[in-house]
Design a binder for this molecule. Structure first.
Ligand code: F6R
Length: 281
C-alpha cells in the first residue's frame, strides 16, 4: 500500500490529477473507473483544466462509474449520471470514447448488474479505479457487511449513508434507499486503485481501512489485499493513523528514489516499487 498524506484538499486534488494524467499519458485508451461525491470534485476540476488547456486527451478513454442510485430518473439533479455530466464529461472539449454508469431505473436490476460486469470485462478490465470512502468505511455503495468478494449488484443503503447523502437532497425522505454498485470483488480487480479521502469526518474510516483488520465490517479494509493501491489523504483524514510519521517517511524516500531513477533512466520511466510498502509507482 502506498499512503500519501497531503497538506490539504487542494494538494490532494492536484496529486490525484497527476496520477490520472500519468496513467492517461502511459495509455491513451485507459479504462478509468470513476467515483462521485464531494471528494473527487477537485480532481475533476483539475482534469477539466488540463484537458481544456490541451494537456490531456480523453478521446480514447473508456470510463466506468462505481455506482448509481436506483429509482430516480437519470436526469435527476442528484443522480450520478447528472453529477458526471456536471463535473466532468460535460466540461471536456472532447468526451471520452465511451462512458458507463449503472442504470438508475433498470427493469431488471439483477440483469443490469450482470450486464455491467460484462461491459467491464469486454473493455479489458479497469486500469485505474478512483474511489472515495464513506464514514462507515464503504467503497462504492458496498456498505459494511458486504462480502469482500461481492460483484456488481443492487444494494440497500444504510441509515448513516442516507443521512450523509441527505445534504444533496431537499429532505432525507428524498434520498433513494437502493443503489446499483460495483462489488468489492469487482473493485479489487482494477489494476490500480486510487482512494481519496479528505476531512476529519473520514479519519476514523481511513484508520480502520489502513490499520485495522481486513473485515466486511469496514469494506475499504479489503484494499489491503490489493497489490497496487494508493491512499491519497489530506492531513485531516490522516489524523487517526497510528503510523502517519512512518508513512510520511516512506513516501519521502519513495519520491527520492523515483527522482533518482528518472534522472538515470529518463523522465519517461517510472519505478514500480514503493520501498517497504508494496508495489506501486
Ligand atoms: C460515490 C461512491 C461513494 C463515495 C463516498 C464518499 O460514487 O461510491 O462511496 O465515494 O460515499 O462520498 P463523499 O466524497 O461525498 O464524502
Amino acid at each position: 500500500m502506498r499512503i500519501i498524506i497531503t497538506d490539504d484538499y487542494a494538494e490532494l486534488s492536484q496529486r490525484a490529477a497527476e496520477f490520472v494524467a500519468q496513467a492517461l499519458c502511459a495509455k491513451p485508451n485507459l479504462v478509468l473507473g470513476l467515483a462521485t461525491g464531494s471528494t473527487p470534485v477537485g480532481l475533476y476540476d483539475e482534469l477539466v483544466r488540463l484537458e481544456n488547456d490541451g494537456e490531456l486527451d480523453f478521446s480514447q478513454v473508456v470510463t466506468f462509474n462505481l455506482d448509481e442510485y436506483l429509482g430516480i430518473p437519470e436526469d435527476h439533479p442528484q443522480s450520478y449520471h447528472h453529477f458526471m455530466e456536471e463535473h466532468l464529461f460535460g466540461r471536456l472539449r472532447e468526451r471520452p470514447r465511451a462512458t458507463h454508469i449503472p442504470p438508475a431505473q433498470p427493469d431488471d436490476p439483477l440483469a443490469a448488474a450482470e450486464a455491467y460486469e460484462q461491459q467491464i470485462r469486454a473493455a479489458g478490465g479497469i486500469d485505474l479505479q478512483v474511489l472515495g470512502i464513506g464514514r462507515n468505511g464503504h467503497i462504492g455503495f458496498n456498505e459494511p457487511g458486504s462480502s469482500l468478494a461481492s460483484r456488481t449488484r443492487p444494494v440497500v443503503l444504510r441509515a448513516e449513508t442516507i443521512r450523509d447523502n441527505a445534504r444533496f437532497f431537499d429532505s432525507p425522505a428524498d434520498v433513494p434507499r437502493y443503489a446499483l454498485t460495483m462489488g468489492i470483488g469487482t473493485i479489487l480487480e482494477a489494476r490500480r486503485i486510487l482512494l481519496l479521502a479528505s476531512g476529519p469526518n473520514k479519519a476514523e474510516a481511513v484508520a480502520r481501512a489502513i490499520e485495522g483488520p481486513v473485515t466486511a465490517a469496514c469494506p475499504a479494509s479489503a484494499l489491503q489485499l490489493h497489490p497496487d493501491v494508493i491512499f491519497l489523504l489530506d492531513a485531516a483524514a490522516a489524523a487517526e493513523l497510528q503510523q502517519a510519521d512512518y508513512y510520511r517517511h516512506v513516501e519521502q524516500l519513495t519520491r527520492e528514489l523515483q527522482q533518482r531513477h528518472a534522472r538515470s533512466h529518463g523522465a519517461g520511466q517510472s519505478v514500480n516499487v514503493v520501498p517497504f510498502a508494496g508495489r506501486s509507482s
